[in-house]
Design a protein around this ligand. Structure first.
Ligand code: DX5
Ligand code: ZN
Length: 222
């Protein structure tokens, strides 16, 4: 079970300090948005390069951008350990995933809430992580969409015993994380739940605890 807090709801003027507040995080989830693939604009490569120098924690890049085939490899080149692109945006997803791995990063593929799991069926063996969006991408603080839970279970089945992470992103909190873990997710993005908490690191620990308990009770992943 991994908790990968999103810095989208952190103070962008003090990102280095914000990351230092959550030492229990398994990775830092960084949402890159281009105002084309999603209706919001966040940050890009220069900021990720600076964050790479500011922390040794794993960087988990979530690219909500058009033409990831062109832009994603740059994030692996600056040392991000995980780079996730959207299947809806990639022109040659298999080639892109292989390129990311060749550059030493874990390759991830993301699906929007309305994208069927069949879109990644032939891709799963070429990636290290599948990210299932549980809100429409673009903004933090939205309400969790339960309708994606059957997709989580379907992707868990597809993955089988392979060492491929299954990440949920959007509206994950103490209220929703148990049903995500029960459905088979093992990696959880939480933005507002963590950065709006009084003690963000304690929230990271509480989320992990909750996910582990739910998975153990259900007998899904450990
Ligand atoms: C949304 C982003 C998420 C977002 C999650 O488009 O991909 O990573 O920051 O924020 P919460 O946890 O507040 O939904
Ligand atoms: Zn994200």
């Amino acid at each position: 079970m991994r908790i990968t807090p999103s810095i989208l709801n952190a103070d962008f003027a003090r990102l280095g300090e914000e990351i230092a507040r959550i030492p229990s995080a398994d990775a830092i989830h960084i949402d890159v948005m281009d105002d084309h693939f999603v209706p919001n604009l966040t940050l890009g490569l220069p900021v990720v390069e600076s964050l790479r120098r500011a922390t040794t924690t794993m960087l988990d890049i979530h690219l909500m951008i058009e033409d990831p085939d062109r832009w994603a490899p740059g994030y692996a080149e600056v040392g991000a350990e995980s780079v996730t692109f959207h299947v809806e945006a990639a022109h040659a997803p298999v080639r892109l995933a292989r390129e990311l791995r060749r550059l030493g990063a874990r390759a991830g593929v993301a699906l929007n809430p309305a994208t069927p799991v069949s879109a990644v069926e032939n891709l799963v063996r070429n990636v290290d992580m599948v990210l299932i969006m549980s809100v429409e991408p673009g903004f933090g603080g939205q309400k969790f969409l339960d309708l994606v839970l059957p997709k989580v279970a379907a992707v868990r089945k597809m993955i089988g015993d392979a060492d491929i992470w299954l990440q949920m992103d959007g509206g994950v909190s103490l209220e929703t994380i148990e049903r995500c873990a029960e459905a088979g997710a093992d990696t959880f993005v939480a933005g507002s739940a963590v950065f709006r908490a009084e003690d963000p690191d304690r929230m990271v620990q509480a989320l992990k605890h909750s996910a582990m308990n739910a998975a153990n009770a259900k007998g899904t992943v450990a």
